[in-house]
Design a protein around this ligand. Sequence first.
Ligand SMILES: Cc1cc2nc3c(=O)[nH]c(=O)nc-3n(C[C@H](O)[C@H](O)[C@H](O)COP(=O)(O)OP(=O)(O)OC[C@H]3O[C@@H](n4cnc5c(N)ncnc54)[C@H](O)[C@@H]3O)c2cc1C
Length: 433
Amino acid sequence: MADDVFDAIVVGAGPSGVAAALTMARAGLDVVVLERGEYPGSKNLQGGVLYRQPTEELIPRFWETAPLERPVVRQSIWLLDEDGAVQVGYGTREWAKPPYNAFTVLRARFDPWFAQQAEEAGAMIIPSATVTGLIKEGDQVVGVRTSLEDGDLYGRVVIIAQGVNALLVQEAGLGPDLRMDQAALGVKEVLALPSEKIEDRFGLEKGEGATIELVGFPTRGMAGNAFIYTNKDTISFGGGAILSQLVARKLNMSELLDAVRMHPAVKPLLEGAERVEYTAKLMPERGYRHLPRLVGNGVLVVGDAAGFLNPIHREGSNMAMISGKLAGEAVVRAKEKGDFSARGLSSYLEALRESFILKDLKKIQDAVPFLEETPRFLGVYPHLLSQLMREYFTVDGRPKEEKRRKFWNLVRGTVPPLTLVRDALRAWKVMGP
Ligand SMILES: Cc1cc2nc3c(=O)[nH]c(=O)nc-3n(C[C@H](O)[C@H](O)[C@H](O)COP(=O)(O)OP(=O)(O)OC[C@H]3O[C@@H](n4cnc5c(N)ncnc54)[C@H](O)[C@@H]3O)c2cc1C
């Protein structure tokens, strides 16, 4: 190994890599982060919800200094059919004040600030630096090959935090590439709208925010959803669906979103808002059973690269941050013992098992397969619910008994009642709290 050796080399300055670097730098380790983008956040995409609690585990009271958009005071789920919307949601004044529950963020603003916290703790962050491969001595990872002029960098540990296209995970022999049914394609637009209009349209107090998840019609029953999140003076509008389903049904996520934009419940919210940004990115949906190996000799995997994403509860960045933190702590312990083998780094696995990350991924492991195998769940049921609510709220002189019979005939003609009950129970089991 070369003389100039970092304690840790982190590949990627997303939330997982920066959290790992911050944790290790605070413990006095010599850490370098390589980021292929021009600056942290320049290549990153997130719908935009950042939960407060996991972020605060790294930076107490971060909301006082971080560039956040709005605290989220109301969260809703809308079940859409072609022209109707059944809307459920929850809001509380508690979420409008410290310590808050969640914020909307724009990663191009948030990530540079987050990276700065790691730099201030002592980590070195090098932008426009692409890692092109791993350097091994026997079966021990000892460094990385880079696009930098100086070329190779050596480290006692390499943390793979490179996001969903984790080629280094394969190179390290820790797991195969994602299959098309293990990835969702996400698309996001940022739409400019004056802040007062946002507050008017979404019924918000000044400076406060709301989130809406849209299911059913947006993905034509495929596993996925669309979303609308309010920022300071923009709206994040986007959606995603499982890649293999999009391909099989020859559907295009952008076109699906164009239809959502014209939906009568959505149109008044987005009308006149001007598109200022458009991005597309994959999300890992490996599921618990197909996670890669997370630890090897001299190497750890965190965040999206590890497949840590909970699509049901919209949790990616928090799993990224906490896995980065746990990986950083494991490296600190490995350094104390002077053992950077897989065994020396294995406290990362123990910590992951104790944390919400592996517990939650296990809990929801059948959710995406259920949605893929049961297209009626997001296809037929939102329509039935919409029809039910329409009958319920429409007063047209017909007796209620006749309406009830009409609705049940519609249900029976669409799906056998036993199947409906079975689907509801299964959905509760795989996606419920
Ligand atoms: C449409 C969409 C909506 C989402 N909405 C939400 C949401 O609302 N809330 C939420 O919590 N999560 C959301 N997510 C998920 C969230 O964005 C990810 O889980 C999170 O960004 C993962 O962080 P990470 O650090 O693991 O990876 P990333 O943020 O992807 O960071 C990886 C970094 O590594 C760099 N990199 C890659 N390869 C190399 C290389 N070879 N050399 C050097 N650098 C490299 C990249 O440039 C990048 O900066 C969403 C994702 C999508 C696609």
